[in-house]
Structures are given as structure tokens and as C-alpha cells.
Design a binder for this molecule. Structure first.
Ligand code: ZN
Length: 70
């Protein structure tokens, strides 16, 4: 078991995001929409309008999407 008090690294953050996929993915897989119309998991925009990857704003957005205060 790993300890839970270590800061998350970006890889772990991305793994968590992978578990929260776009709400449009089912429609895409069902052929009801195309990839360009899938909303981003994080900013919910299509196409994605996220802040620059790795920036403070990017991680703040991740924290908001996970319902955390940072
Ligand atoms: Zn985005």
C-alpha cells in the first residue's frame, strides 16, 4: 500500500481524469456524434478550451472538476 499523504504527480491526476470521461463518449461510440463534437472531460468545451497543460490554471480546473478546494 502506498501512503496517501504524498502529493499527486501529473500522471496520477491524468489517471483520475481517465476515469471521468466525457459525457459525450457514449454518443460517439454509438455513432451519434463524431470525435470533434465530444466535449472535453475537463472544461466541457468542444473543442477543448483548457488552460495550458501543467499550468496553475490547469490544475485548478482539475481540482474544481473533482469538487476539491485547493
Ligand atoms: Zn478541455
Amino acid at each position: 500500500m502506498t501512503k496517501n499523504n504524498q502529493p499527486k504527480n501529473p500522471r496520477e491526476v491524468l489517471d483520475e481524469l481517465g476515469a471521468k470521461w466525457s459525457p459525450d463518449l457514449d454518443a460517439y461510440l454509438g455513432g451519434e456524434t463524431d470525435a470533434s463534437k465530444i466535449r472535453c472531460t475537463l472544461c466541457l468545451e468542444a473543442p477543448c478550451a483548457c488552460p495550458e497543460f501543467g499550468s496553475d490554471a490547469y490544475f485548478a480546473l482539475i481540482n474544481r472538476r473533482h469538487g476539491r478546494r485547493s
